[in-house]
Design a protein around this ligand. Structure first.
Ligand code: GLA
Length: 406
């Protein structure tokens, strides 16, 4: 073979081997659903450095960090209205007089990870500069600030192809070289569960949540979705979620105005769904009840279970639902939800039915084995599967049990 031909063959082989298939994202991030706090649900764009530093401090002192929350994410409104002369994004100098790097350093100094927000369109939803056309430049800037998590929204995106836009940003993050969780936020409009598993670590599955348990809330030109309406949309896409790639039913509204029972049910259901847990309340003013919900380690452990299987609705009748989440070590989480307007007694004979899940290929036959029941809100053992489970559940409330083989 002539030397030139040999050289070309070797060169060609080298190029072929070095062209990656589309697997741009950092693979080992978010092996369990990400946990953190995000500024949007309470503060919208009314954020600044003193407020946020206070929030970071409370994040640690309140026990949120100890309960597993790690990310501190700035949502929309952190930027100046214009890029600088070199096209770089700039932190709003009034809100962040010391710049974003200093703020990121502060977050990191407390042992937390830092997240930020932008948008795939030409502007963010609140009208700040969007990333369209600046993907690589913005990703490099975030990496230089020490960003660990990017939420990427979908406003002002007319004429932009969603799959291309999110893939481009994913590649830009990879090229910038700093591992960042990439959180897609196109509200489920392009069915990201079908194409985003290699693009990011989580994708919103619905429009925005509001502070409502049963009913959606009209916000004038848009509608915020209630907890129960978001819940309705999750069952059919559960097979797409797993370690490193999660369906995101939006951030938590715990502590933002619903009743205690409703907050407790909302949190339980999100943990059953293996949802990313982004608290959205003012941590500085959090009541003990709210803190006890958000930091209930037994409930959080369901969310963070290593298998990463989303719960499914096993039973639904007359306002009572039973959601079931297979866990590692052949354990099982069972959530009884009363979504009716009055208290109801549930009476469940474990031995009458086999619980089977075709997605995780697990099956529980309580005639074959007996399981101990632990009530994760009451924090007590409550019998075994040998006996019919009976309990009255108030309206908009849950009982959550963890089943462990005897
Ligand atoms: C969209 C997102 C929200 C929030 C706002 C910010 O509505 O879905 O979660 O980020 O934009 O403007």
């Amino acid at each position: 073979m002539k030397p030139l031909t040999k050289f070309l063959i070797i060169l060609f082989a080298g190029i072929t081997l070095s062209v990656p298939s589309f697997a741009q994202k950092f693979e080992d991030l978010a092996q369990t659903p990400p946990m953190g706090w995000n500024s949007w649900n309470t503060f919208q764009t009314n954020i600044d450095e003193p407020l946020l530093k206070g929030m970071v401090d409370t994040y640690v002192s309140s026990g949120m960090k100890d309960a597993g929350y790690t990310y501190f994410v700035l949502d929309d409104g952190w930027m100046a209205r214009e890029r600088d002369k070199d096209g770089n994004l700039v932190a709003d100098p009034k809100k962040f007089p010391n710049g974003m790097k200093e703020f990121a350093d502060y977050v990191h100094s407390k042992g937390l990870k830092f997240g930020i927000y932008n948008c795939a369109g030409t502007k963010t939803c609140a009208g700040y500069p969007g990333t369209h056309g600046y993907e690589y430049q913005d990703a490099r800037l975030y990496a230089s600030w020490g960003v660990d998590y990017l939420k990427f929204d979908w406003c002002y995106a007319d004429g932009i192809n969603a799959i291309d836009a999110y893939k481009t940003m994913s590649k830009a993050i990879r090229a910038a070289g700093r591992p960042m969780i990439f959180s897609l936020c196109e509200w489920g409009q392009h069915m990201p569960w079908r194409w985003a598993a290699n693009v990011g670590q989580l994708w919103r599955s619905t429009g925005d949540i509001g502070v409502g348990f049963e009913k959606n809330i009209s916000k004038g030109n848009w509608t915020a979705l209630s907890v129960l309406n978001i819940l309705e949309m999750q069952d059919s896409i559960r097979q797409y979620a797993g370690p490193g790639h999660w369906n995101d039913p939006d951030m938590l509204e715990v502590g933002n105005g619903m009743k205690y029972n409703q907050d407790k049910a909302h949190f339980s259901l999100w943990c059953m769904l293996a949802a990313p847990l982004m608290a959205g309340n003012d941590l500085r003013k959090m009541s003990d009840e709210t803190r006890n919900i958000l930091t209930n380690k037994d409930i959080v452990a369901l969310d963070q279970d290593a298998l990463g299987i989303e719960a499914f609705r096993y039973y639904s009748f007359d306002g009572i639902e039973i959601w079931v989440k297979p866990l590692s070590n052949n354990e099982l989480a069972v959530c009884f939800l009363n979504r009716s307007e009055h208290p109801q007694e549930v009476s469940y004979d474990w031995k009458a039915h086999v619980i089977s899940d075709s997605v995780s290929k697990t099956s529980f036959d309580f005639n074959q084995s007996s399981y101990k029941l632990r009530d994760l809100w009451e924090k007590k053992e409550t019998g075994t599967t040998n006996k019919t489970f009976k309990q009255t559940i108030p309206s908009d409330d849950v009982v959550v049990l963890r089943l462990t083989k005897e």
